[in-house]
Ligand binder design. Structure first.
Ligand code: SAH
Length: 452
């Protein structure tokens, strides 16, 4: 297979990133924007590590599950890798992605991966939007999304994954930057002021937070910007506006310091009957409605008896901890982000939860000290890179009866389950949960029990 080669391929599966998978003379070729069962004429764009990467020239046979892309920017933006598939097919594909990882990376051959739990709302579900700011050809500010695989900003007037309120504040901010000649940050020269617009919405309480990250210590026109945001009519109430000071040349979404311009430093949302305070730096699941289903699934698998000690590693603002505290003797949450731990402590206190405590630090450093607590159940919900080996080893020394692993990355989940199952645990249940409709991302919940 060579770059520039044209071929006819049939798509037999979907890879973890959402690309269709076909073969040319036995060699794998990845083709974005295709569905299982489709035949397409493609051109190979490049070949890397023995695999081809192709682009559709013409669809010769389309699958019944194909639907019109729901956004005009889908191809350029690359954020919604499965948007061309009917929702039922997306769910089936996600189950396949999880099953493939668990078999190929985890080496499990006898696990039945359950049906993917469908999201209550398959669009406009994102409660957090981070819009990069850039410039157009004339040097004027624009805001939207990075083009797939690059840092070129595609201007977007609306993203159907997020609420219209987020798009409205983006448009208003971009107009404001233009009218006030406020420069946009340039990653190469490291000059310019405005970097990103961060919007977070509390779907239940209808509170909203808007944060502008700036490569400066302040913004001269800050009061006028706040006025402009407040003038936008939306279904949300703006209760928090901040500047985030971000002068480093890294890709982190936020710098360390926030400066409050209006309202409070957090917003409050309600999840499972609990009220949660959320700061810009704290992790909060982006699909609120489906998060309740995710946590309920995790709790159902844990079958807590009411008296046991539960560990919640990578606890964020303590959401799973509080859900579990209702059914357990005691819960200990561990989290590395200081603002999140502060939120978690406040959240427990404000909701009258007395049997949850929170420890600040890395799971891999704190967990080894918690053996003496003798937890019967460990929940863990690490970031995409999975759990640190030291954290998993610490769990093994605690030998809890059950481990409930919540994961947003099937590959690292499979790796970690393989390790735990090589050390005496059995994988009992594995449920994919669709937290991110239209994208190729998939969450999973796994239950492991001690095998003896
Ligand atoms: N369970 C929470 C958060 C899950 S996201 C929820 O459902 O909302 C993963 C969390 O792990 C984030 O809050 C992140 O800040 C935290 N984290 C990342 N690396 C960590 C580490 N080494 N130790 C502890 N927490 C970590």
């Amino acid at each position: 297979m060579q770059a520039g080669e044209k071929a006819v391929v049939t798509i037999t599966g979907i890879a973890a990133g959402g690309d269709g998978v076909g073969r040319i003379d036995g060699m794998v070729v990845f083709v974005p924007g295709t569905c299982r069962g489709e035949t397409a004429e493609i051109v190979v764009e490049y070949v890397k590590s023995g695999c081809g990467y192709g682009r559709v020239l013409r669809l010769l046979e389309t699958a019944p599950c194909r639907r019109a892309d729901f956004c005009t920017a889908t191809k350029e933006c690359g954020g919604c890798q499965l948007a061309h598939m009917a929702y039922s097919e997306q769910l089936s594909v996600k189950r396949q992605i999880v099953a493939d990882a668990i078999e190929r990376i985890g080496g499990f051959t006898d696990i039945e991966v359950r049906q993917t739990l469908a999201a209550p709302c398959p669009e406009r579900y994102r409660n957090k939007m981070v819009f990069p700011l850039g410039t157009d050809k004339k040097g004027q500010p624009v805001g939207g999304f990075y083009a797939a695989g690059s840092h070129r900003v595609i201007p977007l007037s609306d993203c159907r994954q997020g609420d219209v309120a987020a798009s409205a504040w983006l448009s208003e901010t971009v107009s404001f930057l233009r009218e006030n000649n406020i420069s946009v940050y340039n990653e190469e020269s490291r000059r310019g002021v405005a970097r990103r617009l961060f919007v977070r919405l509390a779907e239940k309480t209808r509170e909203a937070m808007v944060v502008l990250t700036v490569n400066a210590d302040s913004l001269r026109q800050k009061e006028a910007w706040v006025e402009r945001l407040l003038s936008v009519k939306t279904d949300y109430k703006l209760t928090s506006v901040m500047l985030n000071i971000h002068k480093e040349a890294n890709n982190l979404l936020l710098g360390n310091t926030n400066k409050l311009l209006f309202g409070r430093e957090y917003i409050e949302d309600v999840l499972g009957g609990f009220s949660f305070r959320i700061s810009p730096h704290s992790f909060y699941q982006i699909n609120r409605a489906q998060t309740e289903a995710l946590y309920q699934t995790a709790l159902d698998l844990a079958e807590l008896s009411g008296g046991e000690t539960v560990l919640d590693l990578y606890c964020g603002i303590g959401t799973i901890s509080l859900f579990a505290a209702r059914h357990a003797g005691r819960v200990i949450g561990v989290e590395v982000v200081p603002q999140a731990i502060e939120n978690a402590k406040e959240n427990a206190e404000r909701n009258g939860v007395l049997n949850a405590e929170f420890l600040l630090g890395k799971a891999e450093e704190i967990a080894p000290e918690l053996k003496k607590e003798n937890p019967a159940v460990v929940f863990l919900d690490p970031p995409r890179k999975g759990a640190d080996k030291k954290a998993l080893e610490a769990i093994l020394t605690m030998a809890p009866e059950k481990i409930v692993y919540i994961s947003c990355n099937p590959a690292t989940l499979a790796r970690d389950l393989k390790f735990l199952c090589g050390e005496g645990y059995r994988l009992k249940t594995l449920i994919p949960v669709d937290m991110f409709p239209n994208t190729s991302h998939v969450e999973s919940v796994a239950l492991l029990t001690l095998s003896n």
